[in-house]
Design a protein around this ligand. Sequence first.
Ligand code: UDX
Length: 431
Amino acid sequence: MNIIMIGTGYVGLVSGACLASLGHTVTCVDIDPAKIDSLEKGGCPLYENGLPELLKTTQKSGNLTFSLGLPESLEDADAVFLGVGTPQGDDGKADMRFINAAFGDVLPKLYPHTVVVTKSTVPVGTADRLLAWMKTDRPELPGHIASNPEFLREGTAVQDFLKPDRIVSGANTEHGTAVLKAIYQPLEDAGHPHLQIDPQSAELAKYAANAFLATKISFINEMAGLCEHTKADVGAVAQAMGMDNRIGKRFLRAGPGYGGSCFPKDTSALTHIAKEAGIPVQITQAAIDANTAAQERVIEKISNMTSLEGKTIACLGLTFKADTDDMRDSPALTILPALQAKGAHIKAIDPAGMSQAKKLLDITFCDSVATCLAKSDIVIMMTEWPEYTGLNPADICAMMNQHASIADLRRVWTPERLKQAGFKNTYVLGS
Ligand code: UDX
């Protein structure tokens, strides 16, 4: 199949490279000359496992090319994917500016056989809206529109694309359905199910999946708070829950709250969609509120360990999870300024997120774990990078000031192990 992918951000670039690796001819389009130039020269603008290699092989095979702006003609295109961002607008709704701009560019150049597919997460009703727009501006076109949401996690996006639990697509015509089936046939042949449903259900399925996973995390984070008060251990509770196949063990890791580019934005957008429809989604709203509360609880717990006035805190990890350089909605962005406001001086280190973090946090950035821990009174395990979880707590303690405290927000160690390591005050989230 011949595919145009608009947007070389996270969604567009990973999807474009993966589709090219399946044997399709893909042109990735962006309006940023510097980005296209760098991609054409073999650069990779994203921190993502396996992506640089995939870009190299697909460019070499000739299946993947880049274009600044749309190609001259779209005649050969079987499908045009919209993979541009849908960030959170000021009011919490999805900001559709980039989708509208991309669709507005494509529309005058569209051929009757080309299917327009939204890959970005878009509000329910977007396919209908784009179709109505198409019918008004190009009434002669048959109007093939589809939704094909992605379920990619940062850090494992390439693997998630090529070995998905399921592919979801929703086209409004038989031709659109057939084109999407052909595009994903190599993955179906490899045993990955492709669920073809209606566009509205495909659009909502993405929000519903993310809201459900966010709810699962918020649920276990509330249990973590309860565990801390009842001497229960949230790891044991999650294990007992997860062994029930009806519940499943994944996304039950308690922590400082979910962050990243999807869960906060998509849960917020879903509540707005529901509000406008007059059908409130109370459970999703509760998951959002519980996520805020999870971070507030962490701030309170650390503040209660020892007075923060004049103390130095060493923070290990800043990104919202390991294996990404993404700082968007990282819990560190809420927790660290709150601790600063209580009089603490913050030093931090992160293997990948420092350049983004420097724009967002006014703290001291360190270039080694040793300098971060030196002369610190409290250490926070913020992000579960193997570089930090693999450290021996006794070594951490030995590098810090005397009577040091530790807050383990990722449950790497037990309170007993931390006491044995020599820490005076210990807080292990959920224990
Ligand atoms: C998520 C979805 O998983 C993906 O399907 C969607 O397309 C985009 O959003 P991502 O944001 O990359 O992917 O990260 P994910 O690994 O899902 O983690 C999201 C957040 O939840 C992180 O802050 C992580 O630390 C937190 N989390 C995850 C937990 O606190 N506990 C868990 O058990 C799992």
